[in-house]
Write a protein that binds this ligand. Structure first.
Ligand SMILES: Cc1cc2nc3c(=O)[nH]c(=O)nc-3n(C[C@H](O)[C@H](O)[C@H](O)COP(=O)(O)OP(=O)(O)OC[C@H]3O[C@@H](n4cnc5c(N)ncnc54)[C@H](O)[C@@H]3O)c2cc1C
Length: 421
């Protein structure tokens, strides 16, 4: 124990790690708590699911941070309750953690919008375990159809994706590429001509927040790759071997990927405070939980707002990371009794990829990119966002291997040492 202020950070995602990076040399004692022993880089999970990257490219062990930063202790445990009144956090299997400063960065969880059957049969895409489960499912469907092509009549090769945002578009595009890659040669009896990839979106357009020209480009590229894009069309029921659409149509499928929505981490209920937008933690302009000094929330769990317009900020890694970095700095300013400015998000643009050589980028001031330049920009940005040099090297080698050989899977240099159980 020391007399240094104790900063407890809940969640080692983009937001939590942003705070850690800015406080690692500060005169504070940091306790970082996450239920997983690794950090997950969610934007590339779909590449793990489609066998393009190995798990070690999108995750790294959090214990490494304890080894690197003298002021940090990592606890692998599930947070169970946050007590803002008594300034403590209850953690499974641990004594209560008293804090001087609290950072809540516990992210979001899948939202099935109470769609019947979805919780039982749909495959979400939000955690590393989800991605590995989806990869196993896709490979087992390929194997089954290879062994018995007649199973295609039952939808064995019908891959359905619900949600036409970046995640849904990226997964659908990646499955289309997987089915066209040399990897498929491992399944010589596979009737690939009977494979179907279907993407459903309730709204009239894919990729709602992007400019219309970019949305149209993405749709055309998906269609070129063989994806059956159905907009103004949702999934209203999920069964073990079929789905029912909002139009009443029934489709035989054993693989429904859920990329349709998120809700704040359910732990928000333990705070006992009125929430914003239904499920988000209300915060002030300096990310402090309204009415609770020295307790802060950021990222997907918080009602993040644009400082100038007051409009909600999107649930993006960039928002969470910048907020985390800002908060790490502002905690130091508070400790030094200096004034704290509001958090201002710097929008450097948004992007989504459809497949090799095809992506969309929307930059501030309305500038846009499509095609190969956009895809190269997407590669560069995602590489730079990966947390460790080892992750970047692994991703470069795996991507290079896939591009050069036309095959799928890890180059052999990736290691599964950090793969979750
Ligand atoms: C498939 C997918 C693709 C995405 N693509 C992009 C993209 O291309 N660009 C982009 O900017 N953003 C993207 N995002 C969004 C981005 O990943 C999130 O906005 C960002 O991760 C939010 O950061 P966060 O710190 O709030 O939460 P997270 O990064 O989700 O971190 C939350 C952490 O809390 C931990 N946790 C949760 N519950 C508990 C508990 N009870 N006890 C202990 N620990 C707990 C989790 O294990 C996790 O480590 C994508 C998201 C997904 C799911």
């Amino acid at each position: 124990m020391t007399d240094q202020p104790h900063v407890v950070i809940l969640g080692a995602g983009f937001g939590g790690l942003g705070v850690v990076e800015r406080l690692r040399a500060a005169n504070v004692r940091i306790t970082l708590i996450d239920k997983n022993p690794y950090h997950t880089f969610q934007p590339l999970l779909y590449q793990v699911a489609t066998n393009e990257l190995g798990p070690s490219a999108v995750s790294f062990p959090l214990q490494e941070l304890s080894n690197q930063y003298a002021n940090l202790r990592f606890i692998e445990a599930a947070v169970q309750k946050i007590d803002l009144v008594n300034r403590q956090v209850l953690v499974a299997g641990q004594p209560p953690q008293q804090y001087d400063y609290l950072v809540i960065a516990l992210g979001a969880v899948v939202n099935y919008f109470q769609t019947p059957g979805a919780a039982s049969y749909a495959l979400p895409m939000y955690t590393l375990n989800d991605a590995l489960r989806l990869k196993a499912k896709i490979l087992s469907q390929l194997e089954a159809a290879h062994q018995n092509p007649a199973l295609c009549d039952e939808g064995a090769l019908t891959f359905c994706v619900v949600g036409g945002g970046p995640t849904g578009v990226e997964v659908a595009g990646a499955i289309a590429e997987l089915l066209r890659s040399d990897f498929i040669k491992d399944y010589p009896n596979l009737p690939t001509s009977r494979a179907r990839i279907m993407l459903f979106e309730y709204a009239p357009d894919l990729l709602g927040p992007f400019q219309p020209a970019l949305r149209n480009y993405a749709r055309e590229e998906l269609v070129k790759r063989g994806v059956d894009v159905r907009t103004s069309n949702g999934v209203s029921q999920v069964n073990a071997a079929s789905i029912v659409l909002s139009t009443g149509e029934s489709i035989k499928t054993q693989t429904l990927i859920w990329a349709a929505g998120l809700q704040a981490n359910p732990l928000v209920a333990s705070l006992g405070i009125p929430l914003a937008h239904g499920d988000r933690i209300p915060i002030d302009a300096d990310l402090q939980i309204t009415g609770h000094p020295n307790a802060f929330a950021l990222g997907d769990i918080a009602a993040m707002k644009d400082a100038k317009t007051g409009a909600p900020l999107p649930g993006l890694g960039a928002v969470a990371l910048q907020a985390g970095e800002y908060l790490g700095e502002s905690i130091q300013r508070r400790l030094a009794n200096q004034a704290v400015e509001p958090f201002v998000y710097c929008d450097k643009g948004t992007m989504a990829t459809i497949g090799h050589g095809a992506a969309i980028v929307e930059l501030p001031l309305g500038l846009t990119l499509t095609g190969l330049p956009a895809w190269l920009a997407w590669l560069g940005v995602h590489l730079s966002l990966l947390h460790t040099a080892e992750q970047r090297n692994t991703a470069i080698v795996d991507w290079g291997w896939n591009l050069i050989t036309g095959r799928r899977g890890e180059s052999g240099l990736s290691t599964d040492a950090k793969t979750p159980a």
